[in-house]
Design a protein around this ligand. Structure first.
Ligand SMILES: C[S@@+](CC[C@H](N)C(=O)[O-])C[C@H]1O[C@@H](n2cnc3c(N)ncnc32)[C@H](O)[C@@H]1O
Length: 271
């Protein structure tokens, strides 16, 4: 029997809310739009225009299955298979870190700086799905972009997402990769693992149970990777080159300390 669109949606919102999902309204609509193969904006429009319309029995069943998985805290992006980021999208799923909205700020910071150069050499050292590299290339097509990922499954996702783009992707350790670029990189960007190991229990199930742990954790205080990055970044950057690193809010002072005490100029908490 066909199901009322608004009833299916309301039931999904209740189920996701009960399961502790942080954004039940948003996620319920995203999943419904995915099942109906509609753009989200079209769904919202339809809900206003014709709230009495129905979805087929098959679609209702498919929707219930996805909502059930989301209620078990499978990431929304694993269920839709894609993640939106600035003006682009990437494909994601098991084996790769799901891009976060806050990382759009790091990408924006790099893009603003890149626009001051003719053909900047840009390196994304922990590329994961390749999302930042892809977003930067989209907004600064003249950039000469290199992306590095250590984890084989994540590297496979990046290969898919960066296919056909003029971006050089390497499967390698960020802390030793690209020696041929020593001293010539204009802009270096890194969204590294930075969660303290001891914070494991407080990490949301979507991340803890579905993002690769190599993408999340970095030693007791979460700063092991960034300490090593400081050394590598000094070698890669040309004189006057710039580095942008994402970190947790509470790590701001500690990260500034790492760079300010090792001779870096103009170390600042940005965004
Ligand atoms: C927080 S995720 C960021 C992914 C992507 N840049 C984003 O913002 O969505 C960190 C990524 O760094 C990778 N990684 C961790 N240690 C690495 C290393 N030593 N060398 C290269 N990649 C590394 C992880 O596998 C993961 O894909």
């Amino acid at each position: 029997m066909p199901v009322h669109l608004t009833a299916a949606l309301a039931a999904a919102v209740d189920q996701l809310e009960d399961a502790g999902v942080a954004s039940p309204n948003f996620d319920a609509r995203e999943l419904l739009a995915h099942v109906l193969k509609w753009e989200r904006s079209y769904l919202v429009h339809q809900l206003m225009l014709d709230p009495a319309q129905h979805v087929s029995t098959n679609q209702a069943h498919q929707y219930q299955q996805l909502v059930e998985k989301r209620a078990q805290r499978v990431p929304l992006q694993h269920l839709t298979g894609r993640a939106a980021f600035r003006q682009i999208e990437v494909e994601v799923g098991p084996g790769v870190f799901v891009p976060r909205p806050e990382t759009e700020l790091l990408a924006g910071w790099i893009i603003d700086r890149a626009k001051n150069h003719d053909a900047p050499v840009i390196v994304d050292l922990c590329t994961g799905s390749g999302v930042i590299a892809k977003a930067v290339k989209y907004e600064v097509p003249s950039a000469d972009i290199y992306a590095v990922e250590l984890d084989p499954p994540a590297h496979q996702w990046a290969t898919k997402n960066l296919a056909g783009l003029d971006i050089q992707l390497f499967q390698a350790d960020a802390l030793t990769a690209l020696p041929e670029l020593n001293g010539v990189v204009d802009l270096l960007l890194v969204n590294p693992p930075y969660i303290p190991l001891e914070a494991w229990e407080s990490v949301a199930p979507e991340a803890r149970d579905h993002d690769p742990h190599l993408a999340l954790f970095s030693g007791k205080d979460g700063l092991d990777f960034i300490r090593k990055l400081e050394v590598r970044a000094r070698t890669l950057l040309r004189p006057g080159g710039e580095l942008g690193v994402e970190h947790a809010d509470v790590q701001g002072e500690a990260v500034v300390h790492i760079f300010a005490t090792t001779g870096w100029w103009q170390v600042a908490l940005g965004l």
